[in-house]
Design a protein around this ligand. Structure first.
Ligand code: NAP
Length: 640
């Protein structure tokens, strides 16, 4: 069979199908396939748009469409595996719409997956090595599965310890109705395990969990995982340069020893229940969104949801129809970005392009990555001379006006609601939610009420605010997570008996989010300062961090050293740079209470620099930032 043979389409149908996808990556794919650079004609480049719908590059959508149709006709009937040219910088610059440097080119090649799986370690652990590397991975979610895959590729033995009964991490734990991603799955997926067959652009929780399970099984992680096993304590042994773990598994407590430990527990696994007076006195079911009680039937019940963040925004519309009444307790309103197709199924045209245009899905992924990567920086970067309340710069103000006009459109009949749903803080002080109109529709329902008064207490019957008492049958806490308490429940002890919880004191810091002084051979994925508010995907960040971990292990393997430990100077310098950059972001400048800030008030969770900076900083093992330790026993051997 050859390209387009099976479904010849009329020009109008082609145009419609093309409209379900993106023109820029389609033209790049056509130029790549045919080797014909005519498709890269900048006069005909479609416009790429940013958050405001403003073109950032390109000229003519109509001319681009014509060019794309002619291209699809040109490849019709050809061999589906043919590729007419190599991927060069001209092609990638076309995708981006502006000149790029070497680093950006590398990063986008990686996202393109040409060649496939560039993150795979290019070395194999030596079986005769004295290092005898073995790694404990804590957590079998997105990061843990990734780490396992990379170690397997490098030939390093590992065991994954997971407290839950299956793979998935947050996608296992969050089963609340309506739970889904807010980053399209074309980039919210591993670069080495991309999929074209998502049913939704923004998948529901079950699909993401299923994907993670599928990848873990495909790569054999299921053979090296201990489910139902919680890490209680981890102690670094300075003499042997090993980590000694105390675990509690299905058969009870046991000990294990590894040369390295990777925390893949992430940031969002410890639910935060606010300390409201009287909390324990409520007579009915009360639970957190991440601990959803499936056997509590909400039908016909008077339900309260506390919080209006990312989880609340998804769960509230999903349950509003079946409850008798729904009272939403809002402390501060969320900003939302208009995304009309947020809950829609993948459009047939996009599916058709994936099936019929070789390499299109790769160009599409790289394009999605790029337009959500650093293109939005001007909209959240602080202008120190800007003094208008509610925004941090002229661009941010422009975004604010754009978002406000979207809200005004949806609440024009309800000024009382409009007043409550317009946030007072600057956009991007928190992550924007995806707005397809479902929030406004739900708030308009007669059985739904938005309460913005301060919660004073909870009692047996319900919730008391500064203005009233609301009787309810069920309370749902959509109140977020204790994100800065990474590894909080685990007793982690590094060199000189130093405890990780004392080292961090509620304000976690790690070099590149990965390594901590005093804790040799301990590494974090989705560690401190690697969450993203605006850009890119956590998969990208985790893959970059995993690269740094694997390169550190490569150093151990090749040199026979016992451990590597990030120096205090390296961490201090890194944190100073991060903190300075954070102050120039909307979320860093904001006084809003967010999970982005640790106990000291500094932004401990988010990455404030460019996506490219994280990519560049994790490419190779930075030996100068680490000290190398050798086990005492080996020193003795050397001395003899
Ligand atoms: P969140 O976004 O931090 O929202 C917590 C909500 O609870 C906020 O509205 C907060 O109000 C409110 N709240 C907290 N303490 C309160 C108190 N004492 N009294 C009254 N209200 C209180 O938490 P989340 O919704 O669980 O989401 C956390 C993160 O998980 C997100 O930022 C996102 O990264 C991730 N997530 C992603 C998705 C997805 O779409 N993929 C879905 C869910 C979650 P304030 O705003 O005033 O603090």
């Amino acid at each position: 069979m050859s390209v387009l043979d099976n479904e010849p389409l009329m020009e109008s149908e082609l145009a419609e199908f093309i409209g379900h996808g993106e023109l820029v990556p389609l033209l790049a794919a056509l130029a790549h396939l045919t080797g014909d650079r005519r498709y890269l004609d900048l006069e005909c480049r479609p416009r790429s748009v940013t958050v405001l719908g403003r073109p950032i590059a390109g000229a003519s959508d109509d001319a681009a469409l014509e060019l794309a149709i002619s291209g699809l006709k040109a490849i019709s009937g050809s061999d589906p595996d043919f590729v007419g040219s190599t991927v060069d910088r001209e092609l990638i610059e076309y995708l981006v719409g502006e000149p790029i440097d070497d680093g950006t080119e590398d990063m986008l090649r990686y996202q393109l997956g040409m060649p496939h799986d560039q993150g795979a370690p290019r070395w194999q652990a030596s079986t005769s090595s004295d290092a005898g590397l073995s790694v404990a991975i804590i957590g079998a979610g997105m990061s843990g599965i990734l780490m396992a895959r990379r170690l397997d590729q490098a030939g390093i033995p590992y065991t994954v310890f997971e407290r839950n009964a299956d793979f998935g991490g947050v996608w296992y734990e969050n089963t609340y109705p309506g739970c889904r991603v807010d980053t399209t799955n074309y980039i919210y997926s591993y670069s080495f395990a991309t999929r074209e067959n998502w049913t939704h652009d923004f998948s529901l929780q079950q699909a993401v969990r299923g994907y993670l399970h599928e990848v873990a099984t495909e790569y054999g992680v299921d053979r090296n995982v201990r489910f139902g096993t919680e890490l209680l304590a981890a102690t670094y042994n300075e003499a042997s340069c090993t980590w000694q773990l105390k675990l509690n598994g299905p058969d009870g407590p046991y000990d294990a020893e590894f040369s390295a430990m990777v925390s893949a527990v992430g940031q969002l696994n410890q639910p935060k229940i606010p300390d409201v007076p009287g909390l324990g006195s409520f007579a009915g079911p009360a639970f957190h969104t991440a601990r959803w009680e499936q056997d509590v039937d909400l039908a016909g019940k008077r339900v309260a949801v506390i919080g209006t963040g990312a989880s609340a925004y998804q769960v509230i519309p999903a349950i509003a129809d079946r409850v008798e009444s729904l009272t939403i307790f809002q402390r501060s309103a969320p900003w939302m970005e208009w995304t009309p197709a947020y809950t829609d199924e993948v459009k047939p045209g996009l599916r058709w392009l994936f099936e019929n245009v070789p390499t299109y899905s790769q160009w599409y992924r790289a394009y999605q990555f790029w337009i959500t990567a650093d293109a939005r920086r001007p909209y959240y970067t602080v202008d120190p001379n800007w003094d208008q309340p509610g925004s941090v710069s002229a661009e941010n103000e422009e975004l604010r006006q754009h978002l406000v006009s979207g809200l005004e459109r949806q609440y024009q009949d309800r000024p009382d609601l409009l007043e409550q749903v317009i946030p007072s803080y600057a956009p991007y002080s928190k992550r924007l939610l995806r707005d397809n109109g479902q929030w406004a529709k739900t708030l308009h329902q007669p059985n739904v009420r938005l309460v913005s008064d301060h919660i004073e207490a909870i009692d047996e019957q319900g919730i008391r605010t500064s203005a009233e008492h609301v009787d309810v049958d069920v309370i749902i806490f959509a109140t977020g997570f204790r994100a800065s308490e990474i590894l909080g429940p685990v007793d982690v002890t590094g060199t000189n008996g130093r405890k990780l919880r004392d080292e961090w004191a509620g304000d976690p810091k790690a070099y590149m989010g990965v390594a901590v002084p005093g804790f040799p051979n301990m590494f974090c994925l989705y560690g401190p300062n690697t969450n993203v508010v605006v850009s890119s995907s956590l998969f990208f960040f985790a893959e970059s961090a995993a690269n740094l971990v694997v390169s550190a292990l490569e150093h151990l393997d090749k040199t026979g050293a016992g451990a590597v430990e990030c120096t205090r100077e390296a961490l201090d310098q890194f944190v100073a740079e991060i903190d300075e950059a954070s102050e120039l972001t909307s979320w860093g400048a904001s006084n809003e209470s967010t999970w982005y800030k640790g106990a000291s008030g500094r932004v401990s969770q988010n990455w404030p620099l460019r996506v490219l900076d994280y990519w560049s900083g994790t490419r190779e093992f930075p030996l100068e930032k680490f000290q190398v330790l050798r086990p005492a026993v080996r020193d003795l051997e050397v001395a003899r």
